[in-house]
Design a protein around this ligand. Structure first.
Ligand SMILES: *Cc1c(COP(=O)(O)O)cnc(C)c1O
Ligand SMILES: [Zn+2]
Length: 413
């Protein structure tokens, strides 16, 4: 880690808790000294380390050994043959962050980086503006490391996501408004209080944590960058960082050079990035979110501009799916692979299905789907849309009656 650098003008800043350029308000990004990193990293060195995201620590923005979230990451990459057949593609992989440790979403990656770095910079109170999963992650990981946490969420989030923040003892503030209003308030609070806001003043460090998902995909594929990756987008940060992770792997010689596309997925009810891409624009128009994919409901995506750039530059596609298609995507993944993803996963699967059907992802290709969160957190979205429990008395006769009607039902299906 060498400096913070403005993505617009390239001016460099010290490695402090800041996130915007003073000259043009461009976002700051962590810059690395790749020459010295090249001297110390190798496939063998990485493979010899424990199976967590910190096996790539030279490419993550901490100065010392990480102190927070040391067990996070290295989630399974599943070869999804049954889903591949259903979607009509030769080879399909699922990167399953629905089982990321400890709070079952990829946000544990960004939070362990943000909190490790916050510690290094001397903070003892952390905070975030969240669509749900980030709040869970900040609350849990702050508790485990003895830091005080304030989490700000839209008041109408799924119950599981609210409970999953409260249980750790964090101060949970529900804002009557949507995420963009939560975020605006948090920017004001961050300016006034000396807290580490993981996705405001700590954003340059925080965002880098997402790269670990891409590093793992490359390593788990045998040090190969996949030709197609489908990523769901809220702020668009994860998509840009998966791209950056592939670039770094290639740049450092850890993966071989090759063409790849990083496709973006959104919910039709909040699709500022995919709409802009489909309209051939390089900027997005803010929208008011209305979707069951609450974790992706950001109408003014902070990294939307850069996500559009990655999609364009890798020759990729972006698309969006309706709430019904999201539920269908969740069911497909569950029924084919036994993976229960949250609504955001339904978005990824639904958009992948569309891109394969239209030939944007060729049928003879290989693709990776990034599953980012767990279905147990978004039960509301599917209740009334899955089968029902068959209730009987504890009697063999009643069970056999049920079995008969059940087999009649299945044979007539
Ligand atoms: C936050 C989140 C995303 C996307 O995050 P961005 O980096 O803001 O695009 C995707 N999936 C889930 C489940 C999330 O919680
Ligand atoms: Zn600048």
């Amino acid at each position: 880690m060498r400096a913070l650098r403005c993505r617009e003008c390239g001016r460099e800043y010290p490695l402090a808790a800041t996130h915007v350029c003073e000259f043009d308000f461009g976002p700051l990004e962590v810059a690395y000294d790749y020459e010295s990193i090249q001297k110390v990293v190798s496939r063998e060195r990485i493979e010899s380390r424990p199976e967590n995201m910190w096996r790539y620590r030279e490419l993550l923005p901490v100065a010392e050994e990480p102190t927070v979230g040391r067990e996070v990451g290295f989630t399974p990459l599943i070869k999804a043959d049954r889903l591949a057949r259903r979607l009509g593609i030769r080879e399909l992989w699922v990167k399953n962050d629905a089982v990321n440790y400890p709070t079952l979403s990829f946000k544990d990656r960004v939070v362990s980086v943000a909190l490790s770095r916050s510690r290094e910079l001397g903070f003892s109170t952390v905070a975030c503006a969240s669509t749900g999963n980030l709040a869970n992650s900040v609350a849990a990981i702050a508790a485990a490391s003895g830091m005080k946490a304030y989490v700000f969420i839209p008041a109408d989030l799924e119950r599981s996501k609210v409970m999953n923040s409260l249980i750790y003892g964090a101060t949970v503030v529900g804002i009557k408004g949507h995420y963009d209003e939560v975020n605006r308030l948090c920017a004001e609070i961050a300016g006034k209080y000396g807290w580490a806001f993981v996705n405001v003043n700590m954003r340059p460090y925080y965002a880098e944590g997402s790269k670990s998902m891409g590093f793992e995909i490359v390593e788990q594929l045998g040090w190969k960058v996949p030709a197609h990756t489908v990523v769901c987008m809220a702020s668009g940060s994860l998509l840009t960082k998966i791209h950056k992770s592939y670039q770094e792997m290639i740049g450092l010689g850890l993966a071989s050079e090759g063409r790849y596309q990083v496709h973006g997925a959104q919910a039709t009810g909040c699709a500022p990035i995919s709409s802009a891409h489909k309209a051939g624009l390089d900027f997005f128009k803010p929208v008011k979110p209305q979707t069951i994919a609450k974790s992706l409901a950001i109408g003014t995506p902070a990294d939307g501009f850069y996500a559009l750039k990655v999609i364009r530059e890798t020759g990729a596609a972006a698309d969006d799916v309706t709430d019904d298609e999201i539920r269908e995507g969740m069911k497909l993944l569950a029924e084919c692979e036994g993976i229960f993803a949250e609504t955001a996963g339904g978005v990824t699967v639904g958009v992948a299905k569309k891109l394969i059907a239209s030939g944007r992802i060729p049928a003879d290709a290989s693709a990776v789907l990034c599953i980012t969160g767990n279905g147990l957190k978004t039960i509301e979205a599917i209740s009334g849309h899955v089968g029902q429990t068959h209730e009987i008395r504890p009697s063999l006769r009643e069970f056999e009656t049920l079995l008969e009607s059940d087999s009649r039902l299945t044979t007539t299906k």
